[in-house]
Design a protein around this ligand. Structure first.
Ligand SMILES: [Zn+2]
Length: 321
């Protein structure tokens, strides 16, 4: 009695961990593995960790009579989807790594790749909060800030696969230096380390905040999660940081709303764990700044899949185009 079920193998390669999964056609994870990336030990070690994760999942598939259709990989940093190359990945210490061919040579399965943020967006679009709409923008707020733009159910990649870089929209040309080398990008304000930095600066410039006690005076230890907890406890300084963060994100999203006229904007990533405290003022700022016609019909919702979005979207890459 065979129950040969079609599944897809997705890898979400992060700077710290490689998360891998077998995912069925409904986007349900049927098996999951997690291995350390060991990025600092060099490219060969990372590749062998990826191969280990794939081998573990293929072994499970064989034992359980799952039929693996292909492998998808989410890689941090800019990638060339067409050529299968990781162009530059600061998290993995990679430059111009032809990772798709490297993996394809090891396993006789079709292999696809994309940037990790777009994989998370694909996961949310097709299996999470985005299922209900065709024109969707899915923004991920983490260490980096990025988005996936879906037009009539298709991911819009652009000429060189780098569309959707909302994190590098300039909010202030004289603002703080961004990781991309430019100044005053959205990410330079609302990327996770920059939320911590702004909280630290506010504490230096202002008065009391409960955050100082939370880190025992070590301001270098401030995380966005602490800012969120402090805001929940009523801390004014923390509430201001979150309000300002939401306004900047909302402003950038209002530009996206005017340009792409989405039905739905999904907000996900670690920073989005602040929930309605962040999403409410994002909504208000979009409504206040996008053209009235856009603001009226646009819905802004939190992501549903959490950290699983990246693996699920990676698994779905072979079907997404
Ligand atoms: Zn930038």
């Amino acid at each position: 009695m065979s129950r040969l079920q079609e599944v897809y193998l997705g890898l979400d390669v992060g700077g710290t961990n490689i998360a891998g999964a077998l995912v069925d056609k409904e986007g349900i994870i049927v098996k999951q593995v997690k291995l350390p990336t060991r990025a600092r030990e060099g490219q060969d070690v990372v590749v062998s960790q990826m191969c280990r994760a794939i081998t573990l999942l293929l072994g499970h598939a064989e034992q359980n009579e799952f039929y693996v259709q292909g492998i998808g990989m989410g890689i941090p940093g800019p990638v060339s989807v067409k050529e299968g190359i990781s162009l530059h990945s600061p998290n993995l210490f990679w430059d111009n790594v032809p990772i798709r061919d490297i993996i394809q040579q090891q396993f006789s399965l079709p292999v696809a790749m994309d940037n990790d943020v777009r994989c998370a967006a694909i996961g949310e679009k097709f299996f999470g909060a985005g299922k209900v709409a065709k024109d969707v923008i899915c923004v991920t707020l983490g260490t980096g800030v990025g988005s996936g733009i879906f037009i009539n159910n298709h991911l819009f990649r652009g000429f060189r696969d780098i569309a959707g870089e909302i994190g590098h929209i300039t909010m202030n040309p004289r603002g703080p230096k961004c990781n991309c080398g430019k100044n005053g990008c959205l990410e330079a304000y609302v990327g996770a380390p920059n939320i911590s930095r702004r909280a630290k600066e506010a504490i230096f410039n202002q008065k009391y905040s409960v955050i100082v006690e939370m880190v025992n005076g070590n301001l270098a230890d401030i995380t966005p999660e602490m800012v969120h907890r402090a805001a929940l406890a009523g801390d004014e300084l923390a509430k201001n940081i979150i309000q300002e963060t939401a306004e900047l994100i909302g402003l950038a999203l209002s530009y996206m709303a005017n340009l792409f006229n989405p039905q739905l904007i999904i907000v996900g990533g670690g920073v989005a764990r602040s929930g309605e405290m962040l999403i409410n003022p994002i909504r208000d700022t979009i409504k206040a700044n996008a053209m009235r016609e856009h603001g009226k019909i646009l819905t802004v919702v939190p992501a549903q899949l959490g950290e699983d979005a990246g693996m699920i979207g990676a698994a779905w890459l072979l079907n997404a185009d």
